[in-house]
Design a binder for this molecule. Sequence first.
Ligand code: GUN
Ligand code: FE
Length: 433
Amino acid sequence: ASTIAYRASLLDSLGDPAEVGLEHSCRYFEDGLLVVENGRILAIGPANELLPTLAADIPVHHFKDALITPGFIDTHIHYPQTGILGAYGNQLLDWLENHTFPAEQAFASREHADQVADVFLGELLRNGTTTAMVFGTVHPESVDAFFNKAATLNLRMIAGKVLMDRNAPSTLTDTPEQGYQDSKALIERWHGKGRLHYAVTPRFAPACSHEQLARAGQLLSEYEGLYLQTHLAENTREIEWVKTLFPDQGGYLDVYDHHGLLGKRSVFAHGLHLCDDEWKRLAETRSAIAFCPTSNLFLGSGVFNLTRAEHEGVCVGMGTDVGAGTSFSMLQTLNEAYKVMQLQHQPLHPFKSFYLATLGGARALELDQQIGTLEPGSEADFVVLDYAATPLLAFRMQQAQSLEERLFVLMTLGDDRAVKATFVMGERAHSRT
Ligand code: GUN
Ligand code: FE
């Protein structure tokens, strides 16, 4: 067996602060030891207790001035939009037409898809994100390129081919039958292979006909353990458009509900403008929402009501939503989440933020038995955060004494520079140089 130990401060989340209380929501060892064996976590505890129990030949790597946490989980992101971050001036529907669709057309080329998948996964790892739920484009090759690269890196990833058969350029549309067949072939090829999972991916209601959404529902019923990812109630113009496109449905969510797309492995991005019934239905069906603060601000879409989600019992994970989102960094995403909640006079506690980016995300994806904590038995996907990554961070940390303050400062000032190393299944997949 290959065993190795890491000594540093250790932090993981034990539960949602809203359910278990702030004090019980985190496990922390100021001087801790994380023992990893064959890609899984073997033990976690205080260094002074665990060190004497280790066999003499087990190497111990000491990270000084560092905090080890579980790898971050990004529940909503578009890898083909890596090249369009920071596109000026538009809100959702114009942004899609002017920036997104042109960029996605290039993914008809497998070579281009391979290149972007490489850059994208490199960015995730540089930012400490070890699992993500990822949109491809309409081209099945885009998903082959993505999964191929993710498999090489041994990452736990969820992805799918976009389904869209209307209201998009003809080079980017499929048909209900073609979309169904292409998805089926990708599911057979990738779903459950190693650490990979497939997500049925209707882009959003305006780009999908009734027939296409019905075929998406059919796929979900035909295979075990599939995910569903789409967008929901992001922008007010979009919502009005859905009403005119689907006059017989009770609202935006009902369009998806009608076709059996809600459920435990379904993740809806945004959910900014929901009515009472929609909150209830999301909770009832155990569907999750991806909270994407940088995107919601960048496109001027609105302000997510996390407090309402908590009260309604709707599961939430964090999403960067790159390229409408402006950062791959989960730390920066939490920075913006805090500000969004400040606007609502609901300051987001760093333990809650940390929960959302780790265990909460894992729960939203039904993967909390595998990832999201440092619990023995779980997969050894973790990050080493550097309290001294920049001169300012180091200086600021001298003033910050408590764990909560240090964590909060990391989230506010930190970005990819604060990620010293990222480990995937116990192997070092990124080191900051
Ligand atoms: N709604 C439909 N497609 C998209 C997309 O690519 N990004 C965002 N933010 N919203 C969408
Ligand atoms: Fe999105």
